[in-house]
Design a protein around this ligand. Structure first.
Ligand code: SF4
Ligand code: SF4
Length: 135
């Protein structure tokens, strides 16, 4: 019983943090799937945008924070524009990234990049990558 209460509190804290950081009412989502249907990055995501939203509704913090989807999100806002409930899904993705980055869980390790790879990349890509994917 005590464990259930504790897990419930943790789930609520995660949902509350996502809500606070994104400013979005996740519970408005009714899973129409329009966000995922328009997402240009969905083909490489392990969770579709609507699945991320549903996972937040359910407080499945582990599923979301272990997913690559928030990091692969290009912040293009297509999902946000398409959502019939006015949910800014891109902000939810950003909130998930912020939670990880505040825990010092960077998605890329600049020091671990191959020199040849770095030499081939445009400087602006590196700057954007470091700003978005490292804390
Ligand atoms: S903002 Fe991210 S999740 Fe939304 S459509 Fe663009 S890439 Fe997909
Ligand atoms: S478009 Fe909006 S309402 Fe539809 S599944 Fe995506 S977040 Fe939910």
């Amino acid at each position: 019983m005590r464990l259930e209460i504790s897990l419930g509190r943790l789930r609520n804290e995660f949902v509350a943090k996502i809500t606070e950081l994104s400013g979005q009412d996740i519970n408005l989502c009714y899973q129409c799937g329009k966000c995922s249907a328009g997402c240009p990055m969905s083909f490489i995501m392990d969770l579709l945008p609507n699945q991320v939203i549903r996972s937040v509704q359910l407080g499945l913090a582990e599923d979301i924070t272990s997913s690559r989807t928030p990091w692969l999100c290009a912040s293009c806002l297509v999902c946000t524009v398409r959502c019939p409930k006015g949910i800014d899904i891109a902000s939810v993705m950003e909130a998930v990234r912020q939670i990880a980055l505040r825990r010092s869980e960077d998605f890329i390790d600049p020091a671990g990049l191959e020199r040849d790879t770095v030499a081939e990349l445009p400087p602006i890509a590196l700057v954007c990558g470091f700003r978005k994917l490292t804390g």
